[in-house]
Write a protein that binds this ligand. Structure first.
Ligand code: F6P
Length: 550
């Protein structure tokens, strides 16, 4: 117990029990565990919605899981979860409710923030988005010159970019192929340049997505986009109303920028940026896939919300995934977590998860503001299979690091593919299954020798195995399945933050860089003296100015 009367996480008996268990367990060999329990392959699986989740290839025993569940109970995960769903202000450093779950609640649900039911507001915005999306899709909404909108450019960054950009890729097979969608996030002018260089301004709609509407990258790009549009359309300011809409919580700033608030789609401060793509931030996606598909996606989210809220601890998938991550990070020393989707359509899924997980759980003080004495969120990384197999899988198989990984795959390719391309799907999935098998069970020196390999090469060709993986398999990648997957990871991240006793919903760590960038900019442009600039950065700025010809 500490001076303030609190017992900290690493001082709890449940934590100590896991430390002891880890010591007693020693080296875990998956071959031995499967030999001792042949039913593990079928028994250690769970189902949530359309997702079949196999956790048999983890370095855990029944006892490990039981002890982890005790840790979850002792740290009050379910209590915090219920407080989140009730709309309590669990984001303590920003004094905000955390209610992304309200964004996908059914119309008749009642979720109150400060005594007000927020569900009607959510559905009013969804209806407004649907009306607008339908008008763009049908051609009823035209540009300033009366031409139909054929290009939609979302300008946003972080949570105002990654979600819709990821989901647009994921659901391409469900999109209106006559529309071109682009996503601009980087303040590097090249991003906007490449996005618009082949577009006709008369047919282009810009969606300016920013929760705060103060993010410098987004406002800078939006300003440049407005100039591009006005240059292309003869300079009539009235064109802005037909070519710019805003997604934000900040009506004042939207109107200050020159966008009519009638063309603004609202969300609220209880939606965190990285939890926002099922809010108004999803407008570009809704235009691409249509309101009905978007609602299917929301239903997928809601299904997993309900599972997380009500399923018993032993069969609660986000809870289990969160606990496994805690096991590897806090007790086995894993520093990173790979997410490896075997779907080209999920090419941006891991990048999306990087913000979700790393901005949420990249914290080093606990909810009381004390330095944590345990590992918090992992480095999340990965790209779609099979590309990764020919790049970095070598290190996962035979390197010195413990890297738990999630493999995500689908039984069916999308309908749109030709028969020949559909036939490739089995090869893709053969790789999917082969990799988790090889990672788990490896290849022993004797097996290598039996292949006639010369003795000096045996160590090089031996695979130790025992690399833990979760396999998530679904029939096909639909809007609902995408919603289910995202909600699964949202709640996994929640579980880990709750156990580590950190605030998973603030992001103060990104502030310092933003403040310093503003301070340094005049030194680059005007050579101004920046008070307090350190000698290293000062010398770099001087080198930059010389190279830039200033
Ligand atoms: O990176 C910091 C951050 O605040 C993210 O949390 C957020 O998603 C992103 O910037 C964009 O913020 P906004 O939507 O307010 O422009």
């Amino acid at each position: 117990m500490n001076a303030d009367g609190r017992t900290r996480l690493h001082q709890t008996p449940e934590w100590a029990a896991l430390v002891k268990h880890r010591e007693q367990l020693g080296e875990v060999r998956l071959r031995e565990m499967f030999a001792a329990d042949p039913g593990r392959g079928t028994g250690w699986t769970l189902r949530v919605g359309d997702l079949h989740v196999d956790y048999s290839k983890h370095l855990v025993t029944d006892e490990t899981l039981a002890l982890l569940q005790e840790l979850a109970a002792a740290t009050g995960v379910s209590g915090l979860r219920d407080a989140m769903f009730r709309g309590e202000r669990i984001n303590i450093t920003e004094d905000r409710a955390v209610l992304h779950t309200a964004l996908r609640a059914p119309r008749d649900a009642v979720i109150e923030v400060d005594g007000e039911n927020v569900v009607p507001k959510v559905h009013a915005v969804l209806d407004k988005m649907a009306g607008f999306a339908d008008r763009v899709r049908s051609g009823e909404w035209t540009g300033h010159t009366g031409r139909r909108i054929r290009n939609v450019v979302n300008i946003g960054i972080g949570g105002s970019d990654l979600g819709p950009a990821m989901a647009y890729e994921a659901l391409r097979a469900f999109t209106d192929r006559s529309l071109t969608l682009r996503f601009v996030s980087n303040v590097d002018g090249a991003d906007l340049h490449e996005a618009v260089r082949d577009l006709d301004p008369a047919e282009t709609l810009f969606i300016i997505a920013s929760k705060t509407f103060t993010t410098i990258e987004t406002i800078t790009n939006a300003t440049s986009a407005r100039s591009w549009l006005l240059d292309g359309l003869g300079g009539d300011e009235k064109a802005v109303a037909k070519h710019f809409v805003a997604l934000s919580t900040n009506a004042e700033k939207v109107s200050g920028f020159g966008i009519d608030t009638a063309n603004m789609f609202e969300f609220w401060d209880w939606v965190g940026g990285r939890y926002s793509f099922d809010s108004a931030i999803g407008l570009s996606l809704m235009i691409a896939i249509g309101p009905d598909r978007f609602r299917e996606m929301l239903d997928g989210f809601h299904l997993v919300d309900e599972h997380f809220r009500t399923a018993p601890a032993e069969s609660n998938v986000p809870l289990l995934m969160g606990l496994l991550g805690v096991w590897y990070g806090s007790f086995l020393g894993a520093q990173s977590h790979a997410v490896l989707p075997y779907s080209h359509y999920l090419s941006k899924f891991t990048a999306y998860l990087q913000q979700l997980d790393m901005e949420s759980n990249g914290k080093s003080v606990d909810r009381e503001g004390k330095p944590v004495q345990w590992q918090t969120g992992p480095v999340v990384w990965g790209t779609p299979g099979t590309n990764g197999q020919h790049a970095y899988y070598q290190l996962i198989h035979q390197g010195t690091k413990l890297i738990p990984a999630d493999f995500i795959g689908f039984a069916r390719p999308v309908d749109e593919l030709s028969e020949e391309l559909k036939a490739q799907h089995d090869l893709l999935m053969a790789n999917f299954f082969a990799q988790t098998q090889a990672l788990a069970f490896g290849k022993t020196p004797d097996e290598v020798r039996a292949e006639g390999v010369p003795e000096e090469l045996v160590p090089h060709k031996t695979f130790r195995g025992d690399h833990p993986t979760t396999t998530i398999l679904a029939r096909e990648l639909t809007p609902s399945v995408l919603g289910q997957l995202v909600a699964l990871y949202e709640h996994k991240v929640f579980v880990q933050g709750a156990i580590w006793n950190i605030d998973s919903f603030d992001q103060w760590g990104v502030e310092l860089g933003k403040v310093l960038a503003k301070r340094v900019e005049p030194a680059l442009t005007e050579g101004a003296d920046v008070p307090g600039l350190d000698p290293s950065t000062g010398a770099l700025v001087a080198a930059y100015r010389e190279l830039r010809g200033r």
